[in-house]
Design a protein around this ligand. Structure first.
Ligand code: ADP
Length: 280
């Protein structure tokens, strides 16, 4: 695109990805305060992306890392509920937005900007892109070791805007369930990362069997091992298998982070091992 055609509004421009105009190169340098951003992606909803985002963020914080959690699921933010922040609101210091702090994390979600948590966000792509750019550049994050981003399912505006706004190190984690039918979704997320030249940190298999709270027996409800098989097939690291644990569902509903209070349980240790793989 030549300069006369340029709208000088890169975040709203459909050609921004392939544009080499001067304006695009002037995007704010957020690498100074965001050392490493990890976007948690999945091909479809309900596979546990938000659950993994929250628990992984807390597991990294428990390792002494400075961690932020950014929820860019504009139309269905679940992070405020999972952290019991429904009555909290993001404030501003006049220059920047101040993240809400919970469980050792700095948290930003569109849900924390709503008057009423039941309000619907009716925004087209450019508005979402503008909000996401602000959530990255105009928030008082401090200096973070890791920013974990909970993206909505799919490969749309939200993950794309995050990656295009970041100037520092970034990578992706792909969450899937163990069924064979999820392979097509994983392939799409991997293809998105390949097109944008994004490092894939690895695949996490969630809902990998059910651990009976009484006898601790593992039952393969949705099968087990599909995510590991996909990681081998697509030649990306496999980060771990999280079973279906009633305590995880309960803590999400009650706004208590599972990994925070259960770090010594078998599943708590799996989250810690995934955090170790990432920091290593
Ligand atoms: P997504 O972000 O992919 O839409 P969520 O993280 O919101 O999915 O999870 C969907 C539901 O499944 C939530 O109610 C959550 O508590 C539950 N859930 C996710 N992972 C597990 C798990 N490993 N064990 C038990 N419940 C889980």
């Amino acid at each position: 695109m030549n300069d006369s055609e340029c709208s000088h509004n890169c975040s709203n421009c459909s050609s921004a990805a392939n544009c080499s105009s001067k304006k695009d190169n002037q995007k704010p340098d957020n690498s100074k305060f965001l050392k490493h951003t990890i976007v948690v992606m999945s091909g479809k909803g309900g596979v546990g992306k938000s659950t993994i985002s929250v628990n992984l963020a807390v597991s990294l914080a428990l390792k002494g890392k400075k961690v932020g959690l950014l929820d860019v699921d504009i139309h269905g933010p679940s992070i405020p509920t999972m952290l019991h922040l429904q009555n909290e609101h993001v404030l501003s210091n006049g220059e920047k937005l101040l993240p809400v702090e919970k469980a050792g994390l700095k948290v930003i979600s569109v849900g924390l900007l709503l008057e009423n948590p039941d309000d619907a966000i009716v925004w087209r792509g450019p508005m979402k892109i503008g909000a996401i750019t602000q959530f990255i550049n105009d928030v008082e994050w401090g200096e973070l070791d890791y920013l974990i981003v909970d993206a909505p399912p799919g490969t749309g505006d939200e993950p794309l805007s995050v990656f295009q706004t970041l100037t520092g190190k970034s990578s992706a984690i792909i969450v899937t369930t163990p069924q064979e039918v999820s392979a097509a979704d994983v392939r799409k997320s991997l293809s998105f990362c390949k097109i944008l030249n994004i490092k894939v940190e690895g695949i996490i298999e969630n809902m990998s069997g059910f651990v009976c709270p009484c006898c601790k027996t593992l039952t393969p409800i949705f099968n087990i091992g599909g995510g590991e098989k996909m990681a081998k097939e697509f030649n990306v690291p496999f980060l771990g298998k999280i079973p279906i644990e009633p305590a995880i569902g309960k803590s999400c509903d009650e706004g208590e982070v599972f990994a925070f209070a259960n770090s010594e349980t078998e599943t708590g240790k799996i989250f810690a091992e995934i955090a170790n793989k990432i920091t290593d």
